[in-house]
Design a protein around this ligand. Sequence first.
Ligand code: H53
Length: 804
Amino acid sequence: MAFDVQEFKKEYQKKFEELFAYGYEAGSKTEQYIALGDLVRGLYSEDWIQTITEYNKKKEKQVYYFSMEFLPGRMLKSNLLNMGILDCVKQGMEDMGLDLDEVARAEVDPALGNGGLGRLASCFMDSIASTGLAGNGNGIRYRYGLFKQKFINGYQIELPENWLRNRNVWEVRKENKAVIVRFGGDVSFTQEDGDGRLRVRHENTRDILAVPYDTAQVGYNNGIVNNLRLWSAEIPYGDEARFSTEEQREEVKRITEVLYPDDSNYEGRLLRVQQEYFFSSAGIQSIVRYFKRLNLDWSLFPDKIAIHINDTHPTLAIPELMRILLDEEGLTWDQAWEITKKTVSYTNHTILQEAMERWPETMISDLLPRIYQIIQEINRRHIDKKTPLYGEELSQRTAIIANGQIKMANLAIIGSHSVNGVARLHTDILMADTLHDFYVMYPQKFNNKTNGITQRRWVQIANENLTAMLDETIGTEWKSDPEEIKILKAHRDNKMVLDKLEQVKLANKKRFAAYVEQEMGIEIDPTALFDVQIKRLHAYKRQLLNVLHILDRYLQLKDNPNANLQKRVFIFGAKAAPSYYYAKQIIKLINSIAYLINNDPSIKDKIKIVFVENYGVSLAELIIPAADISEQISLAGKEASGTSNMKLMSNGAITMATLDGANVEIRDNVGDDNIFIFGLKSDEVQEYYRNGVYNSRDVYDKNPRLKRILNLLIDGTIPGVETEGRDIFDSLVMYNDEYFLLKDFDGYLQAQYEADVAFSDRDRWNRMALMNIASSGPFSSDYTILRYADEIWKIKPQSGSKFN
Ligand code: H53
């Protein structure tokens, strides 16, 4: 984008005065930010219109990524970067006495997702635009994002996250594109028009207006601006009389009021299924409306449209598309079914049974009577067709409806042409185990798409120091083609480069230390090893294993204050679902241990524990560049992929990992010398579950070192955790340690010991960091998305895109 500093300053001042009727110098940070955001939106609006016009003119095939969650992070700098004007604007702001970073921090980070799944969706939106693909996002404009986390007396407290309190400069309300979503009502069939065909009559419905808010997804230096459409629930115009009581009006608004704070966990709430149908139906309706404008035969629908469903949350898009094709467009069942299957594809993100969505049949039949009929019919036909081929038992196991429940994964698989897992190991487990019955029926549907991350946000924006160092050392090619970062490997023995890398890391650690000092009043030494575990709090992710290691170090230092241990800062960031009692107990435990150890003078700061409040995208951008060790220690087989592992690796942290999710592929890329691997393998875990005799009590009894640590939980050493300590102790020792922490403990300690040794050799450690950065290119979401486009969606980058 052609733009110079002088021109920018003029435009900015003008914009500010236009908006606020006084000079920018007098404005608050928020006002300064709003003026800049508004100006930036104006700058890409022409490309935005142009991109959409081009797609329509060329009748380009487009993908629609349906996701219940998007976690975009702050958008100002990311838009400036992708538009190619970041440096110019930074300079201009500086000239005007403003600091771009400070102004950028006034943007509220929209927390419209829980964790990995939502952030993946946003990396994908960036990559779709940046690789030049015609793609759109479809989701929900929650009025309140994921709760704001506070710690009070070490306990997690949840506060509402009113992210729209200031103006959202990026979104554009599109009232003229609103659609009606219908709930409830009575379904009957009539014979009309004398053509003998049955017509569906769906009456007495509760109608809700879905209003889209569009946000631009700016591609990286390519002039492409795609669209993310988020729907908001409102009372239909002219229908106010039907919603005369406050309660009725509240009920409408409630649908898009708040994001469910559960990650990888299912709760069968009526409101949740309303949300799912609401945005799925609205999205499908707007796609059908667009397709009809193309004036093509319905059979060409899958040649123009790909619909991707991110986990099972948008699965109702399948029966909804069927409903429209059958009831509104008059296609036959077979025609509609062919189109639907060819159009839809599905990503599975978990094998955890507790995360698998199943809805009570009665809930769906009451709420969505017509959709319910269609699901029944899909199920009936599926069973009829598969029973003669695979026998009664196997077919019944794949039924969509069973025991009064509707299984969304089964519907998603049967109603789509592609099912993918999110890392090689995860996909293998799906095929061999979790979804094996389906794999037998539809082997051709199954494929793997290992997750990825965008280095634009996670390196270029989050880590400007590293970016400058890379540009200087290997040139700038890696920015548009991330694989090119491998050139850095040539410098692995270059002492000057290694030292520079160390300086970059140190500067980032100082930046984080300053934040910790200011926000938490804890002083940390930037030369200590920063050991980072940042992710949702979940038993399978095993933050507790990390805790056991910390306690082991604590005891070593208590026994011998001069023990030869590397000085470490343990950094945690994690939210627990408000109803996840055990996870909240672990938060309290970590905070209590932090209090104990941080204030024990005999430890002489050899251990510090920092549990940041309200972990999210913005904090991740601060922590990740400062990390030395990346803790990826889930029980093997449980973490579908993980993506923080990739972000941390790209920033030169060394992974401490079990062979789980994408860790396996990270190990393959960096090699055994540049990663610390320990613990049970996934097949060993499976074996234990099937017929192994694991007895955690036995491990406790026989391992005195471990026993001593576990006893700390119940002997009063840790203040204020009588209940928590006891419950956690019992879960590990008395209730057989579901996630094998005790089994993996020794291996973990050994790996941590090796990390200490490696860290004390500065050249060795810096070389490991360099090799991690240099091996991170393949984990760019640009490549992931190109594989989705090529193998699943069958769309090509626009001509002119470097990926075309
Ligand atoms: O999705 C990430 C994975 C991660 C997995 C996560 C996830 C959610 O965040 C929510 C629901 C769900 O089923 C899975 O736990 O392993 O990296 C993106 O694929």
